[in-house]
Design a binder for this molecule. Structure first.
Ligand SMILES: NC(=O)c1ccc[n+]([C@@H]2O[C@H](COP(=O)([O-])OP(=O)(O)OC[C@H]3O[C@@H](n4cnc5c(N)ncnc54)[C@H](OP(=O)(O)O)[C@@H]3O)[C@@H](O)[C@H]2O)c1
Length: 267
């Protein structure tokens, strides 16, 4: 739990998707510590209620609304869109963090599971960003923070759909940042590398061979992300090694990147 003095919050109320674990939970706790009320979204209502109780115990008076929803389900997603658009106890920071990966060759993975990844990582994020852009632009103040990934910068055998969803998120966010410049609405994509959460296990990815120095903890990623959206930076990559890797990929010829990606990817 972040140990920070309470200061005037940058945001009054944040809606955080995927707040039941990992980076989303760390973002929610950091925001609460900084004085921001929360609307927390995920499927696991019990874990969200537990988060709300923790926030209440640490920062009495901080409001936490629990909104249990499966973002792959359009009617559940519509409830989240409605909450985001509401002028009653308005949300001024939309954090699109919920997401998941799936490891395995395209030719062998279940296609419904792959398109469910697109539903959550891309469709839900796009629908919520659209509502946020409309609502916040009209009010002349707010922020949209997307949790993308360094995976979006590189090709990789074994995570084709996941990497494509994150390439979309980063590209979409950069365009939205340009579109909303000067409106008072900040738009930022944070692109983490390996982060110690439930992500790898859920994705069926054996990350045992990843060196310790490449890993980040979710609270560090959350801190970098919140600083970046407060400063309205379009894209931020936490960690020096990740920064060097993504900067290198941007200047290397595609053929070289694909060859190197082939050496490090598992099929
Ligand atoms: N960990 C990494 O190495 C890493 C690196 C780069 C980017 N990221 C990105 O970081 C974001 C957060 O992941 P994490 O690492 O914190 O993993 P995590 O611990 O598995 O958390 C994922 C969160 O997303 C929620 N979620 C997943 N599917 C959902 C659905 N259908 N509807 C609503 N909520 C859903 C989960 O909640 P419920 O299960 O309760 O629904 C959970 O709160 C993701 O977008 C991921 O792609 C992670």
């Amino acid at each position: 739990m972040p140990d920070e003095p309470i200061r005037t919050p940058t945001w009054r109320r944040a809606l955080v998707t995927g707040a039941s674990s990992g980076i989303g939970r760390a973002l929610a706790l950091r925001l609460a510590a900084a004085g921001t009320d929360l609307v927390v979204v995920a499927r696991s209502a019990d874990r969200l209620e537990q988060l709300a109780a923790e926030v209440d115990a640490s920062w009495p008076g901080r409001r936490v609304e629990v909104l249990a929803a499966d973002l792959a389900d359009r009617s559940a997603l519509a409830r989240v869109e409605q909450r985001l658009a509401s002028d009653d106890e308005p949300v001024d920071l939309c954090v699109n963090n919920a997401g998941f990966g799936q490891h395995g060759p395209v030719a062998e993975l279940d296609v419904d599971a792959q398109t469910a990844m697109i539903d959550v990582n891309v469709v839900a994020l796009t629908r919520l960003s659209t509502v946020a852009a409309r609502t916040l632009r009209a009010r002349g103040h707010g922020g949209i923070l997307q949790v993308s990934s360094i995976a979006g910068f590189v090709p990789a055998a074994g995570t084709a759909v996941y990497n494509a969803t994150k390439a979309y998120v980063t590209s979409y966010t950069e365009s939205l940042h340009v579109e909303l410049r000067g409106t008072g609405v900040h738009v930022t994509a944070v692109c983490p590398g390996f982060t110690r959460t439930e992500f790898q296990e859920r994705a069926g990815y054996d990350a045992g061979g990843v060196p310790a120095w490449l890993w980040h903890d979710p609270d560090t990623v959350a801190a970098v992300a919140l600083d970046a959206v407060a400063a309205n930076r379009p894209v931020v990559v936490p960690g020096l090694a990740n920064k060097v890797m993504t900067a290198t990929v941007r200047v290397l010829p595609g053929a070289v990147t694909r060859r190197v990606a082939g050496l490090f990817s598992s099929r």
